[in-house]
Design a binder for this molecule. Structure first.
Ligand code: HEM
Ligand code: HEM
Length: 123
């Protein structure tokens, strides 16, 4: 689980930073929320989560751990694609996509929250 999260995190880091450079270079800031969420919900959150799965092996719950990873990994890119479309003036298609993606992402965070409450314990 830890490896999956950390490998995904660095992909978001590269994507987000390239988008930031592209925005700065072109002075077109339409993609700012995509940049912000790729870096914060992708890179930083997944890096922290990856370290947590390593520090607390009990989080490798056979259902909650993989459910969290896959819901995060499906929901977030779908949400980013929807937000990108909204900021490109295609709100009619972007809004439902962003809505569905963000709900899938949120369910993943719920799975993670339940997992942390149930399985993270002091030594
Ligand atoms: C090469 C690296 C980066 C470049 C060139 C870059 C560029 C930018 C640009 C051009 C904006 C839009 C500013 C505006 O609308 O006035 C922005 C916003 C933002 N960036 Fe980056 N960025 C970089 C790295 C990062 C990193 C590493 C993070 C987080 C880990 C980050 C988080 C954010 C956030 C949260 C915003 C939105 C800020 C707001 O709403 O005021 N950026 N960035
Ligand atoms: C289901 C998940 C999420 C949804 C639906 C969501 C939604 C939003 C919306 C609607 C905005 C305003 C965007 C705009 O002004 O155009 C926003 C901004 C922001 N969100 Fe989120 N968010 C989510 C998760 C997160 C997470 C996990 C983080 C950080 C770890 C985060 C950090 C931010 C930041 C820093 C901004 C300001 C960035 C900017 O101005 O572009 N969000 N979010």
């Amino acid at each position: 689980m830890s490896t999956l999260f950390l490998r995904s995190a660095v992909v978001y880091a590269l994507f987000g930073i390239m988008l930031g450079i592209q925005m700065a270079a072109t002075q077109q800031f339409d993609a700012r929320p995509v940049h912000a969420h790729a870096l914060l919900a992708g890179w930083l959150s997944m890096a922290v989560m990856g370290v947590m799965y390593k520090v607390f092996p009990a989080l490798k719950h056979r259902v909650l751990g993989p459910a969290h990873f896959w819901l995060h990994s499906i929901g977030l890119p779908v949400m980013l694609a929807g937000v990108f479309a909204i900021h490109r003036g295609q709100a009619d298609i972007g809004e439902p996509i962003a809505g569905i993606g963000s709900m899938v992402f949120a369910v993943g965070i719920i799975a993670f929250a339940v997992n942390v409450w149930r399985h993270v314990k002091e030594d």
